[in-house]
Design a protein around this ligand. Structure first.
Ligand SMILES: [Zn+2]
Length: 262
């Protein structure tokens, strides 16, 4: 879709980046993103998804805003308490950028609804707080071949990994089993902001094709020491999710059909 004059003005500062221009901005306008979880990560991700001009933003969260969310979930304000998170977020995003479409889903992501919600997405963001749903998201994105970005936070720390189906390792190559879940995850809002900003930057790179995404490279941020480390993640040959999509390694030397001589 062609950009209107207001959009050209709104996005001026990013369109002058090398290799960006109108065509890249139009790619963003034509793109659909799903943000799964509108908590700490989802707040920042959805703000920047809207600001950068991703044309269609799906927000998925069944929860309502609670007072104890507000130290980190910066898209929700004090008067939003008891409001559905997707409604609270949709109001802010449409106000920030009326040129985009925001589609709220006030549901919990399940095996029954996940395909319908994400099937037409160009990229999906994992802004969840539990590995049970993350594993469902991972499997569905791999099966539907939708790129997605995994992020998780704990206290001052966080991790980000970009998963391109059939091109790199998936989440379960790194976590073969569901890690121990925590009822209440301790977290400082500003550290969530760092991780989420990296996550949405990865999504922008996936849509535009600019840069080198964190495929097979798990970024670990320690906000206390302020260190950024990368662990290389390889495809697991027995991954229960993605190994079926990769050809099995065969020996370089085919077995000889010749019968052994006398
Ligand atoms: Zn895998």
């Amino acid at each position: 879709m062609v950009l209107n004059d207001k959009e050209k003005e709104r996005y001026t500062r990013q369109m002058i980046i090398n290799n960006w221009g109108e065509s890249t901005q139009e790619k963003l306008k034509d793109a659909t993103i799903a943000i799964i979880g509108i908590g700490g990560l989802g707040s920042v991700n959805s703000f920047y998804a809207s600001a950068v001009g991703i044309g269609h933003i799906k927000l998925v969260d069944h929860d309502v805003v609670d007072l104890s969310n507000l130290n980190r979930q910066i898209i929700h304000f004090t008067p939003d308490i008891t409001k559905k998170k997707v409604k609270s977020a949709a109001e802010k995003l449409s106000s920030l950028n009326p040129e985009i479409e925001v589609e709220p889903f006030a549901v919990e992501l399940t095996e029954e609804n996940i395909q319908d919600i994400i099937k037409d997405c160009d990229v999906v963001l994992d802004c969840l707080d539990n590995f049970h749903t993350r594993f469902l998201l991972n499997k569905t994105c791999i099966d539907l071949e939708i790129p997605y970005v995994h992020a998780a936070c704990y206290a001052f720390e966080g991790r980000v990994l970009t998963i391109l189906p059939k091109k790199g390792p998936c989440l379960q190559c790194f976590y073969p089993k569901i890690p121990k879940e925590m009822e209440t995850i301790p977290v400082v809002g500003s550290a969530v902001g760092i991780i989420a900003s990296i996550e949405i930057t990865e999504a922008i790179k996936c849509i535009t094709g600019i840069g080198k995404p964190l495929v097979g490279r798990l970024l670990i941020v320690d906000g206390e020491a302020m260190t950024f480390d990368i662990i290389n993640v390889k495809r697991h040959p027995d991954c229960p999710v993605c190994s079926k999509y990769f050809p099995k390694k065969t020996s370089r030397f085919k077995k000889s059909k010749l019968k052994p001589g006398p």
